[in-house]
Design a protein around this ligand. Structure first.
Ligand SMILES: [Zn+2]
Length: 194
């Protein structure tokens, strides 16, 4: 199986900013770009064909370019890594495409969110369905050829406790190793049924 790994957003348009901890001041794109190479290597070590790409590789900064960049890799599955920002909010969630019935996509998002929440020690907000143009990142889900997910591990943009926990895991390399294991196990358990 081939997996495309993308940092959310773009160098020219970073998204939210880490509010505390080791990576305070890093944007969403910069932070994911920092930890993705380690995560990709760890996932490759588990036997997957992994390719890192991003919106600007396809020439733009919007979610349509996530789909374009992921499609160019010929991957079977794509994961784009973000973090959330919203005053007073907490927890981990994973977004999946739900315009059409997608029970395995929903299950993958649910299990992945649950395991990442446990790893970070944050609330599990679960699988978030993306159903229409009004939903976050719609074009990435709509225009991609493969199963596409957006990972929002925590509210590092607005919750200092979550930002610190996230930053510490990344700094020690634990995030990269453990998430590779979680992604591999979740793929096997959920899509192994296909
Ligand atoms: Zn984002």
């Amino acid at each position: 199986m081939k997996i495309a790994m993308l940092p959310g957003h773009a160098r020219k348009k970073e998204g939210a900013t880490v509010c505390a901890g080791y990576y305070e001041g890093f944007g969403e794109h910069a932070l994911a770009s920092h930890y993705l190479p380690g995560l990709c290597v760890a996932l490759e070590a588990r036997g997957y064909d992994v390719v890192q790409t991003e919106r600007e590789a396809a020439g733009g900064t919007t979610p349509s370019y996530s789909a374009k960049a992921a499609n160019a890799t010929g991957a079977d599955l794509a994961l784009e890594f973000h973090f959330n920002s919203c005053e007073g909010a907490e927890g981990c969630e994973v977004l999946y495409y739900a315009e059409v019935e997608n029970p395995l996509g929903r299950e993958f998002a649910q299990v992945l969110s649950n395991r990442l929440a446990l790893l970070l020690g944050v609330r599990d907000r679960g699988a978030k369905p993306i159903r229409s143009e009004a939903d976050r990142g719609w074009n990435a889900f709509k225009k991609s050829d493969m199963r596409f997910f957006m990972v929002e591990p925590c509210f590092a943009g607005s919750n200092p406790g979550e930002a610190r926990a996230f930053g510490t895991l990344i700094k020690t390399g634990e995030w990269q190793r453990r998430v590779a294991r979680i992604v591999a196990e979740t793929i096997e358990e959920v899509f192994g049924k296909e």
